[in-house]
Write a protein that binds this ligand. Structure first.
Ligand SMILES: NC(=O)c1ccc[n+]([C@@H]2O[C@H](COP(=O)([O-])OP(=O)(O)OC[C@H]3O[C@@H](n4cnc5c(N)ncnc54)[C@H](OP(=O)(O)O)[C@@H]3O)[C@@H](O)[C@H]2O)c1
Length: 277
C-alpha cells in the first residue's frame, strides 16, 4: 500500500513492464530523466525504488491476478492516472517447433502475447476515461522475419504485429496512440534468460547447433539497448507517432524481404543460419 507521500499527479505517468534488465531498465532510466514519473516492473523486485530513480512494482504478465493488483497499486499511487504503457516484458523459447510441447509453446505466448493483451485490457478503461494515453509494444524484427529454432517466439511477435495494428485503428479516435518497436539484435539479458525446449530430436541437432552459434555471434555483436530506449523516448515526444519503429543495424533485412523473390531471400537466410551445413 502507498503512503500519501508516494502519490504523484503532476508529471506524465509511465508503466514499463520488465524493467529489471535490458530495454525495460534502459527505458525506465531514460524516461525518469525527462520529468516522467516512471513505474517499472519485475516478477521479483528487490526494492520498491530502483537505484536509477524509478519505482518498481511486482508483476507477472502471465497472471490475471498479478496484472490486476499491479494496475490497482499503480492507480492508487497516481490518483487514478496512467499516460504511457510500454509492453516490454518477454523471453525466448529456444528449440525446434517439434521439440517444444504445446505447454511450452503456451508459456511463450502467455508472456510475449497474452501478457501484452492482459496489460492493454487493464489500462484501456483508464486511458479512455482520460481521453488520452499511449501504448508502445516491443515487437521484434522476428515479427517479420522468423528465426529458425525460435518458432514460437516468432509466432508471438508476428501476432503482436497484427494485434498492435488493429488496436491502433480502434483507439485513435479515443485519443490513444499505439506503436510497435521492432528491434534487431541488442545486448541484453535475453540470451541468458532464454528457456530451452525440453525434448531433443536427433534430426534437428546439427542445424540447431549451427543456428545457435550464429545467434550467439549476433548477440555478441548486439547493439546498445540504450538505442531502443531513445527510440521509445522519441515516440513519446512525437506529436503523431507512427505505427512501426524498426530499430537496429539489421533493419535493412526488412527491405530485402519485401523486395527479393521469396526463394532468394530464403536461400540467403539458410546460408546465414547455416541450416544446410
Ligand atoms: N534483446 C534483443 O535483441 C531483442 C530484440 C527484439 C525484441 N526484443 C524484445 O524486447 C523485450 C525485452 O527484452 P530484453 O532483450 O530487454 O530482455 P531481458 O533483458 O531478458 O529483459 C526481459 C524483462 O522481461 C521481464 N519478464 C520476463 N518474463 C516476465 C513475466 N512473465 N512477467 C513480467 N515480466 C517478465 C524480466 O523481468 P523479471 O525477470 O525481473 O520478472 C525482464 O525485466 C522482449 O519483449 C523481447 O522479446 C529483444
Amino acid at each position: 500500500m502507498s503512503s500519501p507521500t508516494n502519490r504523484v499527479s503532476d508529471s506524465k505517468i509511465a508503466l514499463i513492464t520488465g524493467a529489471s534488465s535490458g530495454f525495460g531498465k534502459e527505458t525506465a532510466k531514460l524516461l525518469s530523466t525527462q520529468g516522467i514519473t516512471v513505474f517499472g516492473t519485475s516478477r521479483n523486485p528487490s526494492n520498491a525504488q530502483d537505484p536509477d530513480g524509478f519505482r518498481m512494482l511486482r508483476l507477472d504478465v502471465t497472471s490475471d491476478e498479478s496484472v490486476r493488483s499491479c494496475i490497482q497499486e499503480l492507480l492508487l499511487r497516481t490518483n487514478g492516472r496512467i499516460d504511457i504503457l510500454v509492453n516490454n516484458a518477454g523471453f525466448i523459447l529456444f528449440g525446434a517447433i517439434e521439440e517444444a510441447t504445446i505447454e511450452e509453446a503456451k508459456m511463450q505466448l502467455e508472456t510475449n502475447l497474452f501478457g501484452v493483451m492482459r496489460m492493454v485490457h487493464a489500462v484501456l478503461p483508464t486511458m479512455r476515461r482520460q481521453k488520452g494515453g499511449q501504448i508502445i509494444n516491443i515487437g521484434s524484427l522476428a515479427g517479420f522475419i522468423a528465426v529458425p529454432f525460435q518458432g514460437y517466439y516468432a509466432t508471438a511477435k508476428f501476432a503482436l504485429e497484427g494485434y498492435t495494428e488493429a488496436l491502433r485503428y480502434e483507439t485513435k479516435k479515443l485519443g490513444i496512440k499505439v506503436s510497435i518497436v521492432e528491434p534487431g539484435f541488442f545486448k541484453t539479458n535475453i540470451g541468458q534468460a532464454a528457456k530451452v525446449a525440453n525434448a531433443r530430436i536427433e534430426d534437428y541437432k546439427q542445424p540447431k547447433k549451427n543456428a545457435l552459434a550464429t545467434l550467439k555471434h549476433y548477440e555478441e555483436e548486439g547493439q546498445d539497448p540504450k538505442i531502443v530506449a531513445e527510440t521509445i523516448l522519441q515516440i513519446i515526444q512525437s506529436n503523431s507517432p507512427k505505427l512501426h519503429y524498426p530499430v537496429g543495424k539489421e533493419k535493412s533485412a526488412l527491405i530485402y524481404k519485401r523486395l527479393l523473390p521469396q526463394s532468394i531471400f530464403e536461400s540467403g537466410a539458410r546460408r546465414r543460419w547455416k541450416l544446410d551445413a
